[in-house]
Write a protein that binds this ligand. Structure first.
Ligand code: ADP
Ligand code: MG
Length: 166
């Protein structure tokens, strides 16, 4: 079965396109097709699911006394081709549906990708882009509210405790 897709890694710097300035910061993850072979074949587009974050010790929102703990948040993400790399390398960018008081570069992030929202699109205006992304966030929030997609329901999905930590 195709879903859920899983990927994980450390949050890296993106392309500095100013997503944060638009109010839609996207945490970029390195894409390694050896670890996640499915990444080269799934359609480019917008997906939703959960992001579990292990915040760095220095982060103001790090739960105290929980060195290895992951905190789970709903997320929307885009998987696409970065034209800069001549269309051979995928990029994965995650907008976490949570308000953070500080950046979390270097944080370890685990993703559970649960569904597809829409294909990649070209935009004539910034306003149109932002409008669509806000709608994507809505779709993700509403989808994840459904019983089958509550974190408790999705945990341990593979039956051997994998995912239990997020
Ligand atoms: P970059 O080009 O480096 O990816 P962005 O403008 O896309 O810069 O901002 C992404 C960074 O913002 C993330 O790496 C993360 O540290 C921080 N950030 C803060 N809040 C969020 C959030 N809700 N979702 C994703 N990233 C966030
Ligand atoms: Mg980004």
């Amino acid at each position: 079965k195709p879903y859920p897709y899983k990927m994980e890694g450390k949050v890296i710097s993106g392309f500095g396109r100013g997503s944060k300035e638009l109010g839609i910061p996207t945490a970029n993850l390195p894409v390694d097709s050896d670890i996640t072979p499915w990444i080269s074949s799934i359609p480019s587009g917008v997906y939703f699911g959960y992001a579990s974050l292990s915040l760095p010790e220095s982060h103001p929102q790090k739960p105290s006394g929980a060195a290895h703990s992951f905190t789970t948040f709903p997320m929307v993400m885009s998987i696409g081709y970065n034209p800069f790399y001549k269309n051979t390398v995928r990029s994965a960018e995650v907008h976490v549906l949570h308000k953070f008081s500080a950046d979390f570069y270097d944080a370890h992030m685990r993703l559970l990708i649960l569904g597809f929202i829409r294909e990649e699109k070209d935009y004539k205006s910034l306003e149109a882009l932002i409008e669509d992304i806000e709608f994507d966030c809505e779709v993700a929030r509403n989808s994840l509210k459904r019983e089958a997609w509550r974190p408790e329901a999705v945990k341990g999905e593979d039956g051997n405790g994998n995912g239990a930590e997020w």
